[in-house]
Write a protein that binds this ligand. Structure first.
Ligand code: GRG
Length: 299
């Protein structure tokens, strides 16, 4: 077992770094159009676990990357994540009123503003990575980061996974169909986060492949526990409506496997993730601690 206090301390610092940088990256709330910028701040700053951002920092840390080189990739990943949550909550998608313990973006503002805030959060992620003033990293590396994030968000990633989710036939859903859908909808961004952290320190294909083998099962484990928590935790703890999946009649890892087997499945995936790092020169302490967090978390 790893030292969870060590992870907590790092994680709190990463959270603060991400919030501080996002405050500067998103135009100020008084900048015109003020409503749009307010919605962008509202949807992306001050809440959320920053799990994906933490993975960027932890992967970079494993390879001795400098923390300041990881800030922009961590923010870019969290911007895409925030965008996906705003759009996921819209009436045309999951139609959820609560997110991160407060009214979802389209409830706090209006639907059109939420759509546009999501769009602008997405494009900002790519602006951040391609900023010519970020000259500590070479253009080829930044281009690879842009490509990684774009493909994670696109039709073979989040957007494609969301379409698969919307079209899922609840009567015939199996573990395999659920895993394939969630690998795209949730997994690809988690994989991209780890890859971006790795890219900040190395271009060694063998090390990047190890990180990929860690991130794949981890992303799925994260979603398995997300499903378990949706059905077993309360709204106050989750900051989003508990039991929403069941209310929508949506098949989940919990409905297909039951709680015990779903938790066992998540633990197996976590073990797979950790074993991908065995025998490497990496300082994997924080990545391993994050894997344990993934399956032990309560929110
Ligand atoms: C093309 C990026 C893009 C989006 C459009 C709406 C959509 C397509 C995709 C939905 C993707 C989505 C919302 C997946 C759910 C992933 C998930 C488990 C979210 C919860 O993540 P947490 O628990 O949330 O890390 P916090 O609030 O802690 O950040």
């Amino acid at each position: 077992m790893t030292n969870s206090i060590d992870l907590d301390t790092h994680w709190e610092q990463w959270r603060q770094r991400i919030d501080r940088h996002l405050e500067n990256l998103i135009p100020k709330t008084h900048t015109s159009p003020a409503l749009l910028h307010e919605a962008m701040h509202y949807a992306s700053i001050g809440a959320g676990k920053r799990y994906r951002g933490a993975l960027v920092y932890a992967a970079g840390h494993a390879l001795a990357a400098r923390e300041q080189d990881l800030d922009k990739p961590a923010c870019a990943v969290e911007l895409i994540h925030a965008f996906s949550l705003v759009h996921d909550d819209l009436p045309a998608m999951d139609d959820d009123d609560l997110r991160r313990g407060k009214p979802s973006c389209h409830k706090a503002f209006d639907e059109a503003t939420a759509i546009l805030a999501g769009d602008a959060l997405q494009t900002l992620a790519f602006e951040v990575l391609s900023d010519p003033k970020w000259d500590q990293q070479p253009p080829t590396l930044r281009l690879e980061m842009v490509r990684t994030l774009a493909s994670a968000a696109g039709s073979l990633g989040l957007a494609g996974g969301q379409v698969m989710d919307l079209n899922l036939d609840s009567s015939s859903a199996t573990l395999e169909t659920l895993a394939a859908m969630h690998q795209r909808k949730t997994g690809t961004l988690i994989e991209a986060a780890v890859h971006l952290g790795g890219l900040c320190a190395t271009d060694d294909p063998e090390i990047l492949a190890r990180l990929e083998n860690y991130a794949g099962p981890l992303g799925l484990a994260f979603q398995v526990i997300d499903d378990v928590l949706d059905g077993t935790a309360d709204t106050g703890t989750l900051g989003k409506p508990a039991g929403a999946d069941q209310e929508r009649g949506q098949p989940t890892f919990l409905s297909v496997l039951g709680e015990q087997a779903a938790r066992r499945y998540a633990r197996d995936l976590k073990d797979q993730a950790i074993s991908a790092l065995d025998g490497t020169e990496l300082d994997a302490t924080l990545l391993v601690a994050l894997a344990h967090f993934t399956v032990e978390r309560s929110h």
